[in-house]
Design a protein around this ligand. Structure first.
Ligand code: E4P
Length: 214
């Protein structure tokens, strides 16, 4: 399973990149706004830290505007992936960009048929939002499972990028459900390392070793 960090904060990306398990980064307009910097500056800096796909989202609602923004964003670095909304216009732009060999990530996916549309438009990634579905009492992980089954039925190459991951159980369940990628906040990625028995065992090993030395 590929791991992306879901943040615009470069300090977090720098720290996590040292762990050796970050394959890419996703951002969205809310995450960029939190940094107080321009999207271009943030994305440019991320490309100097991570050598992998970096999603940057367009803000236009019309195809022409999306394509103009896509061109500007793609010019930052070859690793930039154009994030497009799950709308008629976003899907049209996706198909055009696929024809130009520009990588895309269709975002705000909440149903299997939306994922099917993105796959038909040859999106590189489709982003089903697991946590936001759970928030409204719908089955986020079930959506990943259904998209996996549909893509496998037809051999679609679009990768399932499980988004809106809120805790380690989401990561486990997305991996079991066959998501290709999981994007998660820094805090969730860090918490994957933690288990109380690991801490307890480590303390015990060190205590025993130090006792034996005396
Ligand atoms: C992914 O690309 C999205 O930016 C993100 O995962 C949304 O997460 P949230 O629902 O926690 O805001």
């Amino acid at each position: 399973m590929i791991f992306f960090l879901d943040t615009g904060i470069v300090e977090e990306i720098r720290t996590a990149s040292e762990w050796g398990i970050v394959d890419g980064v996703t951002t969205n307009p809310s995450l960029i706004a939190k940094t107080g910097r321009s999207q271009r500056d943030v994305i440019k800096e991320i490309t100097t830290i991570i050598d992998g796909p970096i999603s940057a989202e367009v803000l236009s609602m019309d195809v022409k505007g999306m394509l103009r923004e896509a061109e500007e964003l793609a010019s930052i670095h070859p690793n930039v992936v154009i994030k497009l909304p799950m709308t008629e216009q976003g899907i049209s732009a996706c198909k055009i960009l696929a024809g130009q060999k520009i990588k895309t990530n269709v975002t705000l996916c909440f149903s299997p048929v939306q994922a099917l549309l993105a796959a038909k438009a040859q999106a590189t990634y489709i982003s089903p939002f697991v946590g936001r579905l759970d928030d409204v009492s719908q089955d986020g992980i079930g959506l990943i499972r259904e998209i996996r089954a549909i893509f496998d039925n037809y051999g679609f190459e679009t990768q399932i990028l499980a988004a809106s991951i809120r805790h380690p159980m989401h990561v486990r369940d997305c991996a079991l459900a066959g998501a290709d990628v999981g994007t998660m906040p820094f805090s969730v990625m860090k918490s994957l390392y933690r288990h109380p028995l690991t801490d307890k065992g480590l303390t015990q090993f060190l205590e025993d070793f130090n006792k034996a030395k005396k």
